[in-house]
Ligand binder design. Sequence first.
Ligand code: PGA
Length: 261
Amino acid sequence: MKRRPLIAGNWKMHKTSQETQEFIESFLSDVTKFSNCDVLLIPPFTSLDRAGRLLSESHVFLGAQDMHSEASGAYTGAISPGMLVACGCDFVLAGHSERRYVFGDSDDVVNRKLHAALENELRPILCVGETLDQRQADQTEVVLEDQLDGGLKGIDERMLADIVIAYEPVWAIGTGETATPEQAQAAIAFIRDWLEMHFNKPAAAAMRILYGGSVKPANARSLQSQPDIDGALIGGASLDPDSFAQIIAAAQSLQGVDDPC
Ligand code: PGA
């Protein structure tokens, strides 16, 4: 089954609202066509409203890096799903490893965010992945199983269609060390098999599963040419409009569209 790739740029704690505007203006002037892939920008909260206005006439989707699962209330510092929707967000990350390991998001918290996103018509991107110690101890599959089990609790097949999964080995994030295409393919094929076992074959075959962890223009094509990899979640290399556009062009060319998008 041919799945439409998704190329997502997660800016983490980078770029002011003004810098976001400069990026988007430059990016949109160079990158006009995405006939065969979806493109998503995930700036920090303070840029979302401005980015939503700037992207509203484009084909570029907007996403948030995190959110609270409650609709409103006494949660100082938190942002609700409805606030994201009001800024024009289509997607939201859930369980990024920096949320898990720096801010302590458990599988249970991630699962609540996933449900809250779906209830608000936001498409969640569930991030999963093992640490270096876990990989070296041969625990990769166990960790992925636990994170999938916990993160997707209470999700049925109909809901699954609106979810994207990102496999992001923690040891490859921001380290410059990328999983080899074969390592990424093996982990993502494992995730797809898990989905087939817990849901069914068509649902698993339709699911978009991204790779993330030091994706750059130089390795984007070899990673995305793997049969189970349906796009990329990119941190550092998405901060520059040219390198982000090159990664999109790699995805496009693998879909048989050679002109720069
Ligand atoms: P990186 O980050 O591309 O800078 O490794 C990826 C991510 O955390 O999503």
